[in-house]
Ligand binder design. Structure first.
Ligand SMILES: NC(=O)c1ccc[n+]([C@@H]2O[C@H](COP(=O)([O-])OP(=O)(O)OC[C@H]3O[C@@H](n4cnc5c(N)ncnc54)[C@H](OP(=O)(O)O)[C@@H]3O)[C@@H](O)[C@H]2O)c1
Length: 232
């Protein structure tokens, strides 16, 4: 059975990835910032086999190094960059009132975090069977989709995330490692809100189908959870 490492598995979309993969019998390395606070993930860990919980704040280089050192011979078939933050959803945050502490924090998680985790764990991916890096992006990072003001930091970091993983796909292709970027749709989570169109279960079911159907012709490209390729 394949294995998956998930960042931000404490709740929302990441937690649902952990649930669906474990239910399919995958080996799940579920990482979260605080295993004691991640009650739902702990319950899942107790109910289902194949899950292990690992402490990981993706902004903390020491924690990333400890995690990688603790898994020296592990095979990670799918490295899933899911952890993300959206601090500037507030429509009053317009030019003249931008909060650059939030910008910095968003960059640290959404872009640098994924870069650091990929850098530290690429060998575990390279020695696996599926050899796939998956990035949970957003259509809000597609410049062709920006038709209204606001969320400048979130949009910029998701565009940067896309550019970074697309670029890495050219290097990783030489090692037969694929890179798949996925937009989960608008999903009912703390980030997506109650009015969102999809449940986490619907979104992750669609995204898992994309992972299972992945071919190297798709490497470096961005797809919606329902299989539609998205323009940058
Ligand atoms: N929901 C949507 O409609 C939607 C749409 C497009 C894209 N996305 C993307 O989907 C991904 C998951 O979003 P979601 O809706 O599930 O959001 P969420 O419910 O707010 O969950 C965010 C997850 O990221 C984790 N996280 C935040 N900062 C972290 C850090 N420094 N290190 C490690 N983990 C960290 C959180 O952990 P804690 O519990 O410790 O805070 C939590 O597990 C994000 O990348 C988001 O941008 C979501």
């Amino acid at each position: 059975m394949p294995s998956i490492m998930i960042t931000g598995a404490s709740r929302g979309i990441g937690l649902e990835w952990a649930r669906q993969c474990a239910e399919r019998g995958w080996r799940v390395y579920a990482t979260c910032r605080d295993p004691f606070e991640a009650g739902e993930l702990r319950r899942l860990d107790e109910q289902l086999d194949h899950i292990s919980m690992h402490r990981l704040d993706v902004t903390d280089p020491a924690q990333i190094a400890t995690l990688a050192r603790g898994l020296p011979t592990a095979k990670i078939d799918v490295l899933l960059h899911n952890a993300g933050v959206w601090h500037d959803w507030d429509a009053t945050l317009r030019i003249g009132k931008l909060n650059f502490d939030d910008w910095e924090a968003t960059w640290q998680v959404n872009v640098l975090g994924a870069a650091r985790v990929t850098d530290a764990l690429v060998e575990q991916v390279a020695r696996s069977d599926l050899r796939l890096v998956v990035g949970i992006s957003s259509d809000m990072g597609c410049i062709s989709n920006i038709t209204s003001p606001g969320s400048y930091a979130y949009r910029a970091t998701k565009a940067g995330f896309n550019a970074m993983l697309h670029g890495m796909s050219h290097e990783l292709r030489r090692r037969q490692i694929g890179v798949l970027l996925l937009h989960p749709g608008w999903v009912k989570t703390a980030m997506g809100g109650e009015s969102a169109a999809l449940s986490s279960a619907e979104s992750v079911t669609g995204m898992l189908e994309r992972v299972e159907a992945f071919t190297m012709e798709q490497t470096g490209k961005l797809y919606s959870y329902n299989g539609r390729e998205l323009k940058w």
